[in-house]
Design a protein around this ligand. Structure first.
Ligand SMILES: O=c1ccn([C@H]2C[C@H](O)[C@@H](COP(=O)(O)OP(=O)(O)OP(=O)(O)O)O2)c(=O)[nH]1
Ligand SMILES: [Mg+2]
Length: 144
């Protein structure tokens, strides 16, 4: 799939790190480092403007290495980039550790996964089909 992109950053475009990776690592585009105190969040710019094909979305997901080593996550994980969005792709980082974390210019801060999605029309009804699960959820299975 080809995705039109305007790259206003001075970094390479997001790229797959291995042959069959699902996610492309995306880099922060900063004029100065961003310091995140514990529990602080920041909307981090990437300098990228995309045109995702209709019928697809882009998911912005955390990197497990940053999460494990530094407690860095995404507040809105996974972020959703809509096909009709023409603004700058940004990444909403949060520091869930008890120590300061500094985001550097060019750092790989998240990964981007492109996925197909459906567009739904609601069909209003009065009853739903019966199932074995019924209304059970929230840990209902395996309980005697
Ligand atoms: O991590 C993210 C999430 C969203 N966006 C952009 C693309 C997306 O299409 C738009 C709107 O995102 P969303 O629908 O999640 O936010 P909202 O709070 O519902 O805002 P809006 O009312 O603009 O839809 O913001 C990002 O750049 N990064
Ligand atoms: Mg929205």
């Amino acid at each position: 799939m080809q995705i039109p992109v305007i790259n206003t950053s001075h970094h390479p475009l997001p790229e797959y790190q291995t042959a069959h990776a699902a996610g492309m690592d995306v880099r922060a585009n900063l004029t100065a480092p961003i310091t995140l105190k514990p529990l602080q969040r920041a909307l981090v710019p990437t300098g990228l403007f995309l045109e995702i094909p209709v019928g697809y979305e882009m998911q912005v997901r955390p990197r497990s290495g940053l999460a494990y080593k530094h407690g860095i996550g995404l507040v809105n994980s996974p972020g959703t980039i809509d096909a009709d969005y023409r603004g700058e792709l940004k990444v909403l980082l949060v520091n869930l550790s008890d120590q300061e974390f500094v985001v550097q210019d060019g750092e790989r801060i998240a990964q981007l996964v492109v996925a197909r999605h459906e567009t739904v029309q609601w069909q209003a009804v009065e009853t739903l089909t019966e199932t074995a699960r019924g209304a059970g959820g929230y840990g209902s299975t395996g309980v005697h």
